[in-house]
Design a protein around this ligand. Structure first.
Ligand code: SAM
Length: 278
């Protein structure tokens, strides 16, 4: 597809159930592509290429370009638009259930770079699905609801601090990049959007023996975020255990750092261990 030219399938009616808000602002698209900084040996994976607004600016600059698209009505058009590109590969299916190991195994290359103007209704489960592939991912650039980017980047004590930020920051460095107004899309969404870069840590700076338990404890804590940690976590830990983890039982969950939650998780796991057999 020639850059800047309307795709041949511009008649496609955006579908709400697939979260289709297509990017149309060329300045914003350029800004996103510059932030991604595609390289000629990249294995680039785009989730939800839609009408190809971002895809067409990446495909010629990378080694291999794979796209994962759920709306089967868009697939024939993507095939036609990128028919001359030997490095372009379509995976038809649900990005939430997709096995991302397939892509490096089909196309070669070690680590994927992931991009996407994501359907907002699936962004949180999709982020959790993707971080299970953190060793195969070099970085991720996503358009998300601004409020979700705030939650991803929030530090301890901030209003948006909670489970999403804590769990993603366990695996990734989070860099909010810039805001995108509703006018950049067709149809315009009702909320502001923002671009975020997520870079999986090469070595995890904070660790716990069991991330599922960490996730459970953090979820329990923030289900009752207005309560003290003592009350919010009373089914999990007593005051002595909280204090051992460096957490004052009087504070609210939003005052507890990732490192403290990780320490508490390991202490809870150690306490739950069955007594060694004599
Ligand atoms: N990248 C295009 C753009 O920026 O104009 C389209 C972005 S639109 C917000 C979201 C895209 O994700 C649509 O193409 C939609 O069909 C696709 N999509 C929605 N749910 C999906 C899923 N579960 N798996 C893969 N693609 C999905």
């Amino acid at each position: 597809m020639a850059k800047g030219r309307k795709p041949s399938f511009s008649q496609h009616k955006p579908r709400k159930r697939f979260g289709q808000n297509f990017l149309e602002d060329p300045g914003i698209i350029d800004h996103i592509v510059s932030a991604i900084a595609p390289q000629n040996n990249d294995l680039m994976v785009e989730i939800g290429p839609g009408l190809g607004a971002i895809t067409e600016h990446l495909v010629d600059q990378v080694g291999q370009m794979a796209v994962v698209e759920l709306d089967r009505d868009l697939i024939p058009n993507l095939r036609i638009s990128f028919a001359t590109r030997n490095n372009f590969h379509i995976y038809e299916g649900d990005a939430l259930k997709f096995d991302y190991n397939r892509i490096p195994s089909d196309l070669g290359g070690e680590q994927m770079r992931i991009v996407g103007n994501l359907p907002y209704n699936i962004s949180t489960p999709l982020l959790f699905h993707l971080i299970s592939y953190q060793n195969q991912i070099a970085d991720m650039h996503f358009m998300l609801q601004k409020e979700v980017v705030d939650r991803l980047a929030a530090g301890v004590g901030e209003n948006s601090y909670g489970r999403l930020g804590i769990m993603i920051q366990y695996y990734c460095r989070v860099e909010p990049l810039f805001l995108v107004p509703p006018t950049a899309f067709n149809p315009p969404p009702k909320v502001d959007s923002a671009i975020v870069r997520l870079v999986p840590h090469e070595t995890l700076p904070i660790t716990t023996q069991c991330t599922r338990s960490l996730n459970k404890i953090v979820t329990t804590a923030f289900t009752q975020r207005r309560k003290t940690v003592r009350n919010a976590l009373k089914s999990v830990a007593d005051d002595a255990l909280l204090e051992q983890a460096g957490i004052s039982p009087e504070v609210r969950p939003e005052q507890v750092s990732l490192a403290q939650f990780a320490r508490l998780t390991d202490l809870v796991l150690a306490t739950d261990q069955p007594e060694p057999q004599a």
